[in-house]
Design a protein around this ligand. Structure first.
Ligand SMILES: Nc1nc(=O)c2c([nH]1)NC[C@@H]1CN(c3ccc(C(=O)N[C@@H](CCC(=O)O)C(=O)O)cc3)C=[N+]21
Ligand SMILES: [Mg+2]
Length: 299
C-alpha cells in the first residue's frame, strides 16, 4: 500500500493568514480603522491560556486589533454577560469570542445567546446555527470551516462523495455535517451509539474524526484512498523521562496513513486552521458590519 499524502494544514493556514492580512489592510484603508477581535477568557486553564495567547498574536500579526479580556474564575455570570453587552455595543469590536469551556457556574448557552450574532465569529449562536442549516449567510464555526477548506483544496469538488463524520458536538460534528451536505456529500453522522462503527467508516470517501478519543480510528477502518481529516487533539501521558506527553489525534496515524489517500497530521493539521479561520471570520465581520463590499470567497 502506498503512503498517504500529508495534508499541510499549517502551511495552508499560513497562506490563509496572508490573504487575511491583505484584506485587513484594505479594510483599514477604506474604513479608517483596523478590524478588531475581542477574546474573553474566564479562569486560568493552561491550555486555554495558550490558545488565547496564540489568537492574540496572530490577530495583531494580520493587522487587526486584539482586545483581550481576562476574568477571574469566580466572576459572576452577570458580569460576563455585562462585558459581552459592552463588546456588542463597541464599534471597534467586529468579532467576539468567549473561550470555552466556561466555569461550571456559568450557562454557556446563555452567554453565547448574548453575543450579537453578527459579531459571533465562532458561529455558535443559534441564529448562526440556523443560518448554516438554511443556507443563509452567517458565521460558520472555525474548525469545521477549516476542514472543508482543506478538503476542497485537496479534492476540488466534493459533490456526491460519501462522508462520515464521527462525533456530534455542536462545535464540530453537527456544523461539519451541514457544511459537507452543502457541498453535496452524502453525509453520515456517527457517534458513541453507532453500531459497527468500523463498517460505517469503511464506506467513506471522506472521514472526519471529532470524538476526542486518542487514536481511536484504525487503519483497517479506512477505505483505501479515502481522505482523512483528524480534528482530535489529545495529549498522551508523558513517556519515561518526559515532562509533556505527545499530542495525538483521534486517528491512529501510523496505521491510517498506510491506507488513506490523504490525511491531516496532529499537530500541524486542523488545529492551525481553526485560528486562521477565526481571523478570516473577523475580517469578514468587519466588512459586513461596516457595509464595505468584499468578495468573501476569494479569501
Ligand atoms: N469559543 C471557542 N472557540 C474556539 O475555537 C475554541 C474554544 N472556544 N476553546 C478551545 C478550542 C480549541 N481550539 C484550538 C485552537 C487552535 C489549536 C492549534 O493551533 N493546535 C495546534 C497545536 C497546539 C498545541 O501544541 O497545543 C495544532 O494542532 O497543530 C487547537 C485547538 C479552539 N477552541
Ligand atoms: Mg492539528
Amino acid at each position: 500500500m502506498t503512503e498517504a499524502s500529508i495534508i499541510d494544514g499549517k502551511g495552508f493556514a499560513a497562506g490563509l493568514r496572508e490573504r487575511v492580512s491583505r484584506v485587513a489592510a484594505d479594510f483599514e484603508a477604506k474604513a479608517g480603522r483596523k478590524a478588531g477581535l475581542a477574546v474573553v477568557l474566564v479562569g486560568e486553564d493552561p491550555a486555554s491560556q495558550v490558545y488565547v495567547r496564540n489568537k492574540n498574536k496572530q490577530t495583531v500579526a494580520c493587522g487587526m486589533n486584539s482586545f483581550e479580556h481576562k476574568l477571574p474564575v469566580e466572576t459572576p455570570e452577570a458580569d460576563l454577560l455585562a462585558l459581552v453587552e459592552k463588546l456588542n455595543a463597541d464599534p471597534a469590536v467586529d468579532g467576539i469570542l468567549v473561550q470555552l469551556p466556561l466555569p461550571s457556574h456559568m450557562n454557556e448557552q446563555k452567554v453565547i445567546a448574548t453575543i450579537n450574532p453578527d459579531k459571533d465569529v465562532d458561529g455558535f449562536h443559534v441564529v448562526n446555527v440556523g443560518r448554516l442549516a438554511t443556507g443563509l449567510p452567517g458565521f460558520v464555526p472555525c474548525t469545521p470551516l477549516g476542514c472543508v477548506m482543506l478538503l476542497k483544496d485537496k479534492l476540488g469538488s466534493l459533490s456526491g462523495l460519501d462522508a462520515v463524520v464521527i462525533g456530534r458536538s455542536n462545535i464540530v460534528g453537527k456544523p461539519m455535517a451541514q457544511l459537507l451536505l452543502a457541498e453535496s456529500c452524502t453525509v453520515t453522522i456517527a457517534h458513541s451509539r453507532t453500531r459497527d462503527l468500523p463498517a460505517v467508516v469503511r464506506r467513506a470517501d471522506i472521514v472526519v474524526a471529532a470524538v476526542g478519543r486518542a487514536e481511536m480510528v484504525k487503519g483497517d477502518w479506512i477505505k483505501p484512498g479515502a481522505t482523512v481529516i483528524d480534528v482530535g487533539i489529545n495529549r498522551l501521558p508523558p513517556a519515561e523521562g518526559e515532562t509533556k506527553g505527545k499530542l495525538v489525534g483521534d486517528v491512529d496515524f501510523a496505521s491510517a496513513s498506510q491506507v488513506a489517500g490523504a490525511i491531516t497530521p496532529v499537530p500541524g493539521g486542523v488545529g492551525p486552521m481553526t485560528i486562521a479561520v477565526l481571523l478570516r471570520n473577523t475580517v469578514v465581520a468587519a466588512h459586513r458590519n461596516a457595509g464595505i463590499g468584499l468578495d468573501e470567497n476569494a479569501i
